[in-house]
Ligand binder design. Structure first.
Ligand code: NAD
Length: 479
């Protein structure tokens, strides 16, 4: 297999990055572009041997990196951010080719945010401190000690953004990392390894292994030298990882799926509500935070639906490299099948497709709105992870809150209302890691991020990230 492939004019190494070296595997897997199904290349297919090598490299590199001063760690993280900024165009086109998300958002939103992930956690590290406190004349000093090698496992819907949201705080904390990107979008993680090396990150501090989760995953997550596992992905995979991590009681951070509600009250600015609702089709609906359950108060439901249909029907679906495109393809033919399966079963159970409800050729799925859905139906209860929204109506706040909270998830919720007090009242009762009022997807890296119920375990962001990636230690000194 060739060690390098060229994707949209950018050379990408297809091998693992372990201990500062490119390492091939005997086996490979094929990476396709969701845009047209074309083969992008053969990628190294790691298993237990590569997992062992990567964890060993991270373990060996740990003492020196942990002992590196905070200012030096922060300097290198900023140098990585510089490298990302220099290569925004390359990272954007490679990511779009690999996962099908819009080039315009990779260029202007996602990749600048990747750089920001490094800058933010570098700067936060330098501010990180607890005030000492006293107990009967003794001083308590709390420190954030580096924890050790971390295994970071990420999904395909926002590959580099989600990877660096974990890599940056872990490196800032003084930990070393083994990153395993998703097999459907392996490429930008390999570019990140190049950028980190060019920025002067010592060998073994960041390792990237490629492969199928079911082949390399257990060897990573059950490894006794691994001190933290941070995973973003689906609930079934999280269960497997939690079982595997249980062998060593390795601390876990789990950022999982959702079935978030978007509540529209009758006093809402309806144009804003429609804009926010249509935004839920972004990334072809493959967004964990997406408010896929539209809950609309009865008096405005008809008008809301009319305006929603008009706006959603005007969306342009097609090649994600085209600046005019609003919705690109789904990631994989298997994902497309899964989405269509959900929709067809819902329709068979009595749902009505107000728009969409069908494939559009290739890996494209028409933006879909389903009404006449029962609260306990599969389409309302399970995460579709595609451009599929349901619409239900409610009468009054109590019913809105009851419907909103009635799933096993609790990742996010959006409330659209013209009444601030109502927003506070309703928001206070919603089970969700993040509640947005009259907005969506506004995310500050210093805020805690994560999900309640089966949407996750733990929180990352700002100091919460350091709490997770560090061993907190209290030193008590006598007077
Ligand atoms: P997935 O669980 O199938 O895969 C995620 C990652 O886990 C991949 O890298 C995969 O290779 C790996 N993996 C699979 N089996 C493994 C195993 N046994 N051991 C270790 N690793 C294993 O999820 P996906 O389909 O890639 O992603 C979509 C899911 O991710 C959705 O449920 C979505 O809501 C969720 N998600 C959550 C967030 C969040 O922040 N809460 C963000 C994005 C996506």
């Amino acid at each position: 297999m060739p060690d390098n492939i060229t994707v949209a004019g950018v050379a990408v190494d297809t091998r693992h990055w372990i201990g500062g070296l490119r390492v091939a595997s005997a086996d490979t897997f094929t990476d396709h572009s969701p845009i047209d199904g074309s083969v992008l290349g053969e990628i190294a297919r790691g298993g237990p041997t590569e997992a062992e090598a990567a964890v060993a490299a991270a373990r060996d590199a740990f003492p020196a990196w942990a002992a590196t001063s905070r200012t030096e760690r922060a300097r290198i993280l900023h140098a990585i951010a510089d490298g990302v900024e220099k290569r925004i165009e390359e990272l954007a086109i490679v990511e779009t080719t690999d996962n099908g998300a819009l080039l315009r958002s990779h260029r202007r939103g996602v990749m600048p945010r990747v750089a920001h992930n490094f800058r933010f956690f570098a700067d936060w590290l330098l501010k990180l401190d607890h005030e000492d406190f006293e107990t009967r004349g003794h001083t308590n000093h709390v420190s954030w000690d580096p924890a050790g090698p971390c295994v970071l496992i990420t999904p395909w819907n926002a590959p580099l953004m989600l990877a660096t949201w974990k890599v940056a705080p872990a490196l800032a904390a003084g930990d070393t990392v083994v990153l395993k990107p998703a097999e459907w979008s392996p490429l930008t993680a390999s570019l990140l390894a190049d950028i980190a090396a060019e920025a002067g990150l010592p060998a073994g501090v960041l390792n990237v292994v490629q492969g199928y989760g079911f082949e390399i995953g257990d060897a990573l997550t059950s490894h006794p030298d691994v001190r933290r596992i941070s995973f973003t992905g689906s609930v079934p995979t999280a269960r497997r990882i939690a079982q595997s991590a249980a062998a060593n009681l390795t601390p876990l951070s789990l950022e999982l799926g959702g079935k978030s509600p978007l509540l529209v009250f009758a006093d809402a600015d309806l144009d804003l509500a429609v804009d926010l609702a249509v935004e839920q089709y972004d990334n072809a609906g493959q967004v964990c935070l997406a408010g896929t359950r539209l809950l609309v108060e009865e008096p405005v439901a008809e008008e809301f639906t009319r305006r929603f249909v008009a706006k959603a029907s005007a969306l342009t679906q097609g090649d994600p490299r085209d600046e005019a495109t609003d919705i690109g393809p789904t990631i994989h033919s298997r994902q497309l099948e899964k989405i269509d399966g959900f929709v067809q079963r819902a329709v068979a159970a009595g749902a009505r497709a107000v728009i969409g409800g069908h494939r559009k050729g290739g890996q494209y799925y028409a933006p879909t709105l389903l009404t006449d859905v029962a609260q306990d139906s599969e389409i309302v209860q399970e995460e579709v992870f595609g451009p599929v929204l349901t619409l239900q109506t409610f009468a009054g706040e109590d019913e809105a809150v009851r419907l909103a909270n009635d799933t096993r998830f609790g990742l996010a919720a959006t409330v659209v209302t013209g009444d601030r007090e109502r927003a506070e009242r309703v928001g206070g009762q919603l089970v969700a890691g993040t509640v947005w009022v009259n907005c969506f997807f506004v995310r500050d890296l210093q805020a805690p991020f994560g999900g309640s119920r089966q949407s996750g375990v733990g929180r990352e962001g700002g100091t919460w990230s350091f709490d997770f990636y560090c061993d907190l230690k209290n030193t008590v000194t006598a007077p």
